[in-house]
Design a protein around this ligand. Structure first.
Ligand code: NAD
Length: 480
């Protein structure tokens, strides 16, 4: 049994009320450890540690902060294998993915913000004719809260923590209770890198206990949250009347628009990834595939052949393409949508069933599933499934595809496959999403603004946007 503890003020602690949760391994369905279900008192202790670290950390020279963040990044890289194994075991994702995407990206997050903070500057405005100069101070907020989901555990956890501490804040952070392991391991790595105690505090537990205690804390004045839209609304309801700064990265139902004039081979390869990477549990996955009528039949045949060739199996096997879904509850939710699709009269073109892996019979394995729908206005096309399920539908005209792409409550990302530059630019202008990928998917430049519109969230992460979020601008006006 592996026991996870809270990381507060630079050392590990049991929860004060001795309340524990089981930690499941979705690959084999066993309980392999336990984690704290921290109370408001644990959160208060984390807050006190963060508050006492703040005066010194916020005055630490940028170069010194930068040096520590880069050291954390190097240590994450040095521990790549161990962290990838932990992530794969906790989440069910293929070890190959954890090794090439999750952990390297967590390291990049620290390196990127370690460098970015040395380039972050504020503005000054000469007030011509008024004998005055205005300059803007960008001051850290103080103690901030970071709450992250289970799908890309260390990747998304560090995507918040790195800019928060780079900007001089101290942090109370909570990873998902479903995948707490790599966040737990991060504590030691930060200590080894020389991060002063109290700058980062990691508390574990359920959203409704630990998470809510962070959001309700009267002196944690900013919340950076990634997770479901419903949870985002609940957090906003509590935080808004307390006038907290909020960054909400929420759900998606992203369109993948494929035109007949695209680079077909590249599109097909990428569409397999954008549909099923991480078992389709990435907020950016293109779960609604719209294909221009002239290539619809060909695409359907080729796509299904490739989907059926994907290897489903033990996440710790390096040849596995599709690992386990994150939990039994989540797998059941995804399967319920496959049932809804059938009840709505759609055609399951491939997949749709649970998979029994020899020796891992209790694991959460589901076939990658492709559903052909008649109309976009159905539940499987309107609601976020967040699993290895995509829908297919043909379209005839660009306007029709655009109209369907925008006809959801979400607005996170969209993908457009075309070699027509005018069309690419026209659609990019009109798509109601925070991110548009043209002839690619999930190509990430960490300087770019990242986030969604509509029910996909409020605010942007990434680059200087994140450093702006984690600082308060103060204008100083001097008359001479
Ligand atoms: P979730 O909303 O259930 O949980 C996310 C985090 O919030 C967890 O740490 C959870 O414990 C905590 N939480 C839950 N209730 C809370 C409350 N009342 N107060 C405070 N914290 C609370 O989401 P999930 O199931 O972990 O993740 C899947 C969702 O995340 C999907 O909807 C997916 O689209 C979304 N997501 C979005 C992005 C993005 O960048 N937009 C990225 C990844 C995942």
């Amino acid at each position: 049994m592996k026991t996870i503890q809270n990381y507060i003020n630079g050392s590990y602690h049991n929860p004060l009320n001795d309340d524990w949760l089981d930690n499941y391994c979705p690959a084999d369905g066993t309980i392999y450890g336990k984690l704290p279900n921290s109370s408001a008192e644990d959160v208060e202790n984390a807050y006190i540690a963060a508050k006492s670290a703040f005066p010194s950390w916020s005055q630490t020279p940028l170069e010194e902060r930068s040096h520590i963040l880069i050291k954390i990044s190097e240590l994450l890289e040095a521990n790549l294998q161990r962290l990838a194994e932990a992530e794969s075991m906790d989440n069910g994702k293929p070890i190959g993915l954890a090794k090439t995407v999750d952990i390297p990206r967590a390291a990049s997050n620290f390196r990127f913000f370690g460098n970015a903070i040395t380039q972050f500057a504020s503005e000054s405005h000469e007030s011509v004719g008024m004998d005055a100069i205005n300059y803007t101070l960008r001051q850290p907020i103080g103690v901030v809260g970071c709450i992250s989901p289970w799908n890309l555990p260390l990747y998304l956890f560090t995507w918040k923590i790195a800019p928060a501490i780079a900007a001089g804040n101290c942090v109370v952070a909570k990873p998902s209770e479903v995948t707490p392991m790599t966040a737990y391991l991060l504590g030691d790595i930060c200590a080894e890198a020389g991060l002063p105690r109290g700058v980062l505090n990691i508390v574990h537990g359920l959203g409704t206990t630990t998470g809510q205690a962070i959001v309700e804390h009267p002196d944690i004045m900013a919340i950076s949250f990634t997770g479901g839209t419903k949870t985002g609304a609940q957090i906003a309801k509590i935080a808004a009347p307390m006038f907290k700064k909020l960054s909400l990265e929420l759900g998606g139902k992203n369109p993948n628009m494929i035109f007949a004039d695209c680079d077909y081979r590249n599109m097909l390869e990428t569409t397999i990834r954008s549909s099923f990477a991480n078992q389709g549990q990435i907020c950016l996955c293109g779960s609604r595939i719209f294909v221009e009528a002239p290539i619809y039949k060909k695409f359907k045949t080729d796509f299904i052949a490739k989907v059926e060739a994907l290897k489903i199996g033990d996440p710790s096997n390096k040849d596995t393409d599709i690992g386990a879904l994150v939990s039994k509850e989540h797998m059941e939710k995804v399967m319920a949508y496959i049932k809804i699709a059938k009840e709505e009269g759609h055609t399951v073109l491939c997949g749709g069933n649970r998979v029994n892996i020899k020796g891992l019979e209790k694991g959460c394995y589901l076939e990658p599933t492709v559903i052909e729908v008649e109309s976009d206005a159905c539940r499987v096309n309107q609601e976020e499934i967040f699993g290895p399920v995509v829908t297919l539908m043909p379209f005839n005209r660009e306007e029709e595809a655009l109209q369907m792409a925008n006809s959801v409550k979400y607005g996170l990302s969209a993908t457009v496959w075309t070699s027509n530059l005018s069309r690419a630019m026209r659609l990019s202008n009109q798509l109601q999403t925070g991110i548009v990928w043209v002839n690619t998917w999930m190509l990430r430049d960490l300087r770019t603004p990242f986030g969604g519109i509509k029910a996909s969230g409020v605010g942007r992460e990434g680059g200087f946007e994140a450093l702006r979020f984690f600082t308060e601008p103060k204008n100083v006006c001097i008359k001479y």
